[in-house]
Design a protein around this ligand. Structure first.
Ligand code: M6R
Length: 607
């Protein structure tokens, strides 16, 4: 993953670089570094851990160069220590890298045979050494980079700073995003456009294979063949990044509490409440023309896709094939041309999801994506974007973007049902009425926070926690387990309630809390039977249900969280709030780093 930045500036740039890196910390926070040129000579400073450690070092020993590059790391090759921190440097250059150089081993062997001594465990150092090797043969920086890029395999974005070159930065993109920013006598490079927003709102996005030479006067972009190309300048909306926790202790808390508002905004984008109808969407193909739908995503977005499978199949009688993108991309799934492939992603930059999207496109699929970040690669590479309007999500664990994904996918399923004739106008009106209740019901669910918090204290003592649910509550169980793992590092798994007896029930004893997601819906009684099988074996059950469910099935083991009543069709959106709060408070109680959990990054741009 990692975030990279480059600035050809007019004043000392180190703190500007750090400012941009702060906006990229969602890509990783294992270490950070910056390099500048002072009187033509490379100087660099790196620090293990979060950006604030680098800031501290810079405050003690400022770098003064007016041209520089910077990096915030999510470790792929090599431990997250200072030695492996970027920029990597030789006596001739410094380089920052996002992505993976897949063929670094043979390249390293080749360079080692030539006598090059490597200092780090990273794949990136081979890039520094390869370009240096070309420079030693008398090539210019541009020629050296041009000669090196075709030798690299994998997905990467790079930014180079050269000894003695006070007015030249080189950036390259191959499978990982890189934006060029235009300033007044200054030019910028960044892994995304919002990173550059303190300096400029004019950017162009490099395309795959492009490399760019930046000077204070502008940029020259070339494609993989070395031909000069124009990449259109775009104006990015300001305010895409608001690093503001409001009155909350963590971004995650703020984002949990924003949900009624952003889910309302998202639903209103798709629903005409005055008419009680879905708004028509300009999709590349009608749902009526489809024989199947594929949905692909990763992590929490995949669980949203799994909820959507239930919705599309039930409401629109449309068979849905879903897959995690890391599997889909290499599965060589046969796809009938002309069908619809849906991709779900908060960031729009997840490498596996993007690769799957490109595969689907190549197989003649109409590509639509449910994306939260406007202008992201996925948004740009899709025929149509059906946006989630969650606004910037800073906390690594997704909350508001996830529930907005649920909302969009439910709207699409209703639309599909209408287009396919499986839902009548009355059905549509009933479902729209259910959607209308969601923001208010989510607000009511948030009022349960004080009631949920004591359960979190109990969960915090466990080593293993199991979640179960049936139907659309099954993906919510998976989501709950993911949130708990991500935030508290407690081992947690989600299961389809009916699957428990096929193995997981062997794990049950009085030390393992089992969290049962069970709104009083069509499968409630079945879930309750499975819950009783667990209770009969000494399991401690925390039941999350509604008033009727609690009346019929509350158990005297761990407890019951009584959720506000809602139409079962929208229950996943509402019940997500409870599992979020439970995971959040467990992590807070355990003193974990809620917004930036260990080993994770917000946007996973490596495969
Ligand atoms: O940006 P994306 O939605 O494509 O990201 C996919 C996953 O990496 C993401 O959902 C991850 O699982 C979150 N940390 C979940 O909280």
């Amino acid at each position: 993953m990692c975030g990279i930045v480059g600035i050809v500036g007019t004043n000392p740039v180190a703190m500007q670089v750090v400012d941009a890196l702060k906006r990229l910390e969602y890509r990783g926070y294992d270490s950070a570094g910056v390099a500048t040129l002072e009187n033509g000579h490379l100087t660099r400073l790196r620090a293990e851990g979060k950006l604030r450690n680098l800031e501290l070092k810079l405050s003690q020993a400022p770098l003064t160069g007016a041209i520089g590059i910077g990096h915030t790391r999510w470790a792929t090759h090599g431990r997250p220590n200072e030695t492996n921190a970027h920029p990597h440097a030789t006596d001739k250059l410094a380089v920052v890298h996002n992505g993976i150089i897949e063929n670094f081993r043979p390249l390293k062997a080749e360079l080692t045979a030539k006598g090059v001594v490597f200092e780090t465990e990273t794949d990136t150092e081979v890039v520094a050494q390869l370009v240096t090797d070309e420079l030693r043969q008398g090539k210019t920086p541009m020629e050296a980079v041009a000669a090196t890029l075709p030798r690299l395999r994998g997905a990467f974005a790079l930014a180079f700073l050269f000894e003695g070159e006070e007015n030249q930065l080189i950036g390259a993109r191959h499978g990982a995003p890189l934006a060029v920013g235009y300033g007044e006598g200054e030019m910028y490079l960044g892994s995304d456009a919002p990173a550059l927003s303190p300096f400029t709102d004019e950017v162009s996005y490099l395309e795959d294979g492009d490399w760019a030479v930046l000077t204070r006067d502008g940029v020259e972009i070339r494609d993989a063949g070395g031909h000069p190309v124009d990449r259109p300048r775009q104006t990015i909306p300001q305010g895409q990044f608001t690093a503001n926790k409001g009155n909350h202790r963590h971004f995650m808390a703020k984002e949990i509490y924003e949900q009624p508002e952003v889910v309302a905004r998202t639903i209103a984008h798709y629903v005409d409440f005055a008419e009680g109808r879905m708004r028509p969407l300009d999709l590349p193909v009608s749902f009526a023309a489809l024989t199947r739908l594929s949905i692909t995503a990763c992590g929490g977005s995949y669980y949203a896709a799994l909820v959507a499978k239930y919705w599309f199949e039930k409401l629109a009688r449309l068979p849905v094939e879903i897959d995690v993108a890391s599997e889909f991309r290499y599965r060589e799934a046969p796809l009938e041309a002309g069908q619809l492939a849906l991709f779900v992603s908060q960031s729009g930059e997840t490498a596996d999801t993007l690769a799957s999207l490109h595969y689907a496109k190549a197989q003649g699929q109409h590509v639509v994506s449910v994306v939260n970040v406007p202008g992201s690669t996925m948004a740009r590479d899709s025929a149509v974007v059906t946006p989630t309007l969650a606004g910037p999500e800073i906390s690594v664990a997704s909350t508001k973007a996830t529930t907005c994904q649920y909302a969009v996918l439910l709207c699409l399923a209703i639309l599909a049902g209408r287009q396919r004739g499986t839902l009548s106008l009355d059905d549509e009106r009933r479902l729209v009425a259910a959607l209308a209740t969601v923001p208010g019901t989510m607000s009511d669910a948030l009022k349960l926070e004080d009631m949920i918090e004591p359960y979190a204290r109990e969960i915090a003592r466990a080593h293993d926690v199991l979640y179960m649910g049936r139907g659309t509550s099954y993906p919510v169980a998976l989501e709950g387990a993911l949130k708990l793992k991500e935030l508290s590092y407690i081992h947690a798994e989600g299961y389809a309630a009916g699957e428990f007896k096929h193995g997981p029930i062997a794990l049950i004893d009085e030390t393992v809390p089992v969290i049962v997601i069970a709104p009083h819906d069509a499968v409630f009684e079945k879930t309750v039977s499975n819950m009783q099988e667990v209770a009969a074996r000494g399991g401690r059950i925390l039941l999350i249900t509604d008033a009727l469910g609690s009346q019929e099935a509350a158990m005297d083991t761990m407890g019951t969280i009584v959720m506000p009543d809602c139409d079962p069709v929208v229950a996943p959106i509402v019940y997500a709030v409870a599992v979020q709060l439970l995971a959040y408070h467990t992590a807070v109680f355990m003193g974990k780093d809620v917004d930036q959990p260990r080993n994770l990054a917000k946007s996973v741009t490596v495969e």
